[in-house]
Design a protein around this ligand. Structure first.
Ligand code: 5AD
Ligand code: SF4
Length: 446
């Protein structure tokens, strides 16, 4: 490669899960520290980081087409980061000469050094997976959105047979308690009112608290809930096998812990769950939710589903619909099974035909949409706080989230004061399939 001038502007494009959004923000902070500025919207950047996701579909193919488009348009320095980088780093270097850097999710703290190499004309790959060296090497956090992410745990030891995460993100690692309290404090000081604790399996987090006790996620949540200025706490994603009584109790006791639980189930069929290596049954999942709901009756439940896992019969898919009926989800993510190279399910017999998956996905989505709308309808008339996160399309309109993670829009009267990060008390009204209106309480006639 030929030497290039140091970049003045950068853009990080993150795909996939919230973990990638968090990683993307941290890479941005690293580049800020190098004196490189984020490119303005619509402007070509001198350096583009494609922060990729490998969990489903032909993600790798999409990366190659993005690289092709960038090379033709603006010809920036290109870095490929994230899970496709981890899984296919060497192949990317071989197939895509326009790429200068390939950096895995555990190595992106080395981005500045790799960039120096790229500027001097050398291509660099770093897909090492050292134990948590990255976090210590990242710059301190300075500014934050009203709702911020905090990665507390990375990797997964569960080895669900369809999933590539244990291979791309590696073994479960928990970040130390003290580091997390410090980072949470910085996020709050930088403007965050809400923190969502992130990890592939946050319920497996463990650590030692400030007085030397071994604690799990519940202990961490309790400590963070005490931080001055923090209004709300959330966490995702959890695995049903790791949810303990202490966490359930925390949901009943801590007003800061929002009444929302994202707990993927994947299927309602015990045979399919076993083939997925999920270690829970449909019934044990429902019983677990009952315990959470006993502690926090208004809990909103969210989930992940895969349709068309190899060998899934019509009758087994019907069991998934029955489970959906039994839970009454407030929202959920639905996916068609996608074979991931190197995972056990990719070579299983009886891969399900595309049309069959399409039809099942449609039926499942219809059931989830129905329940989401019903959940929103049942929320109408409730009084709650909304965390203001964005301005709406119209003058005086603001957008935010309810405690149950519903999108809420609020119209304010001219001259009324409202700012990002405010927690505003509203009455929920006009429930739609995907959002509700919030009416500010002081504007409601008595
Ligand atoms: N195919 C389809 N969906 C998948 N997920 C993970 N791996 C696959 C795959 N191979 C889904 C699961 C998981 C979510 C993050 O992505 O539902 O919970
Ligand atoms: Fe993947 Fe299963 Fe781990 Fe979730 S729990 S990241 S689906 S292996």
């Amino acid at each position: 490669m030929r030497p290039v001038p140091p970049p003045k502007t950068y853009r990080v494009k993150s795909f996939g899960c919230q973990m990638n959004v968090y990683d993307g923000e941290r890479m941005g902070e690293l580049l800020d520290q190098q004196g490189i500025k984020p490119a303005a919207e619509g402007e070509d950047a001198d350096l583009v980081v494609l922060n990729t996701c490998h969990i489903r579909e032909k993600a790798a193919e999409k990366v190659y087409s993005d690289i092709g488009r960038l090379a033709k348009h603006g010809d920036p320095i290109i870095a490929v980061a994230g899970c496709v980088a981890q899984a296919e780093g060497e192949e990317i270097m071989r197939r895509a000469p326009a790429v200068s850097m390939v950096v895995g999710p555990q190595a992106y703290h080395n981005l500045p050094d790799m960039l120096d190499a790229a500027i001097s004309g050398k291509r660099a790959t770093d897909t090492d997976m050292p134990v948590i060296a990255k976090f210590g090497a990242l710059p301190k956090r300075r500014k934050s959105a009203p709702s911020a992410f905090l990665t507390i745990q990375e990797g997964c030891d569960k080895f669900c047979t369809y999933c590539v995460v244990p291979y791309t993100r590696g073994a479960e690692i928990s970040r130390p308690f003290d580091d997390l309290v410090t980072e949470a404090r910085l996020l709050i000081d930088g403007g965050a009112r809400e923190i969502t604790l992130l990890g592939q399996n946050v319920s497996a987090w463990s650590g030692v608290d400030d007085v030397g006790r071994s604690v799990g996620l519940a202990g961490l949540v309790r400590a963070l809930a005490k931080l001055d200025g923090l209004g709300r706490l959330r966490y995702m994603t959890s695995h049903p096998a790791d949810m303990d009584d202490a966490l359930i109790a925390a949901h009943g006791e801590l007003p800061e812990l929002m009444p929302f639980l994202h707990l993927p189930v994947q299927s309602g069929s015990d045979r399919v769950l076993k083939a997925m290596n999920r270690s829970h049954s449909a019934d044990s999942y429902l019983k677990l939710l009952d315990r959470f709901r006993a502690a926090r009756p208004d809990l909103a439940i969210s989930g992940d589903f895969i349709v068309g896992f190899p060998g899934e019969t019509n009758a087994e898919f019907e069991e998934t619909l029955q489970l959906v009926d039994a839970v009454g989800y407030a929202q959920a993510y639905t996916f068609k099974y996608s074979p991931r190279p190197g995972t056990p399910a990719a070579t299983m017999d009886d891969q399900v035909a595309g049309e069959v998956m399409d039809e099942r996905l449609q039926r499942l989505q219809a059931a989830i949409n129905r329940d989401q709308h019903a959940f929103n309808t049942a929320s109408a008339g409730k009084i709650c706080d909304v965390l203001i996160e964005r301005k709406g399309k119209h003058d005086g309109q603001w957008l935010g989230k309810s405690p149950w993670l519903q999108s809420v829009w609020i119209d304010t009267a001219p001259g009324s004061e409202m700012a990002l990060g405010d927690l505003v008390s509203v009455t929920l009204q006009d429930a739609g399939p995907k959002s509700l209106r919030g009416v500010m309480r002081e504007t409601i006639p008595a």
